[in-house]
Design a protein around this ligand. Structure first.
Ligand SMILES: [Zn+2]
Length: 349
């Protein structure tokens, strides 16, 4: 079963999370159409991104989707993992060329140094005109050296965009996608994890509440910037976390990982999110959304596909569902005021 563990280091401005996606990750892979299976290198990248998206979503108080995207300039054009406040997630990738065995991150998505990683926070209840919050980083480090690990890209992002010292270890294979996140908190002691100790936050408590104007509360950056890289406690724990191998992360249970890494530290564990509270695969696609997309495409385009194929079929890249629209459906879709998915006018009632 998939699970997420939150913990903090007693008396230190450092907290951590460990996620293991097992059944949920295998579900993502099983949804792929036969013949469309990912090459192992790309599969592992998407797995790492899925683990990271769940960790980052669990790490903030934000009521909306967290979308982690890599826009590649190599054989992989797009890799995306998206997680919701209830820690459900989905992931997919678009591959247009051959991924060579053993291909690195650079070879897959940063061949010409133009690859980008974007993190978007899309609030559930947007006020009119509100744009999602998005941060973008390149796939190279400060010396323009290409980064070879997704974890390094995201550490870079957290530092650049959020001014947060972060250590990430990510790993995935065909069975498990897992990640360990260690983060320095701007506030010590009682400020850790919103001041809660001992009793873990329930899933309901840890999910809601967007920050002001729908922006997330990653940290208190104003008081935090000066301290980057200067916390001995964070540096020590981050080095310990960095000794975790992919093999260990993928094969050992959470208790063993935390005991092996941090046996000299006083770690306070929270109630793990398992069972129905665990991260799980779920897709947010719907017939209504596909209808909206067709409306955006325009009547002319829709009619030309109908003329050519007799129906419009739209497949979801995330979950493999297929949505079919015949001439009657399309006619209804483009008729204002008619009762069809995507065409409801909220002013009608
Ligand atoms: Zn779907």
């Amino acid at each position: 079963m998939s699970e997420l563990h939150k913990f903090l280091f007693e008396g230190l401005p450092v907290r951590g999370m460990l996620v293991r996606l097992t059944d949920a990750w295998r579900e993502v892979l099983a949804r792929r159409e036969p013949g469309q299976e990912y090459p192992p290198e790309l599969r592992d990248l998407i797995g790492e991104m899925s683990a990271a998206a769940v960790l980052m979503q669990a790490n903030i108080k934000f009521n909306g989707a967290l979308v982690l995207q890599v826009f590649g300039d190599g054989p992989v054009k797009l890799a995306v993992a998206e997680s919701q406040p209830d820690l459900s997630f989905r992931a997919t990738a678009k591959c247009v060329g051959a991924v060579e065995p053993g291909a690195t991150l650079e070879a897959m998505v940063n061949l010409r140094g133009q690859g980008r990683c974007a993190i978007t926070l899309d609030p559930k209840d947007k006020f009119p005109g509100q744009q999602p919050y998005q941060g973008v980083v390149p796939l190279h480090g400060d010396q323009r050296e290409p980064l070879q690990k997704m974890s390094e890209v995201l550490e870079h992002y957290m530092l650049q965009s959020e001014q947060l010292d972060t250590k990430l270890v990510l790993a995935a294979n065909g069975e498990v996608a897992a990640g360990l996140l260690i983060q320095r908190l701007p506030v010590e002691g009682e400020g850790n994890l919103e001041g809660r100790r001992g009793a873990g936050p329930s899933p309901a408590e840890s999910a809601p509440l967007a920050g002001q104007a729908g922006l997330p509360a990653w940290g208190q950056r104003s008081s935090n910037e000066d301290d980057i890289g200067l916390s001995d406690a964070f540096n020590r724990i981050s080095i310990l976390a960095g000794t975790l191998t992919a093999e260990e992360l993928l094969t050992l249970d959470a208790d063993t990982v935390l005991r092996r890494l941090f046996w000299e530290e006083t770690v306070t564990r929270f109630e793990p999110l398992t069972g129905t509270a665990a991260p799980r695969f779920a897709c947010t696609c719907s017939r209504e959304r596909v209808g909206q997309m067709l409306l955006g495409l325009g009547r002319e385009e829709a009619d030309s596909v109908l003329a050519e194929r007799g129906e419009i079929e739209v497949g979801c890249d995330f979950c493999g569902r297929h949505y079919r629209f015949d001439a009657v459906d399309v006619g209804a879709l483009f008729t204002p005021g008619s009762d069809h998915p995507g065409g409801h006018s909220p002013t009608m009632q």
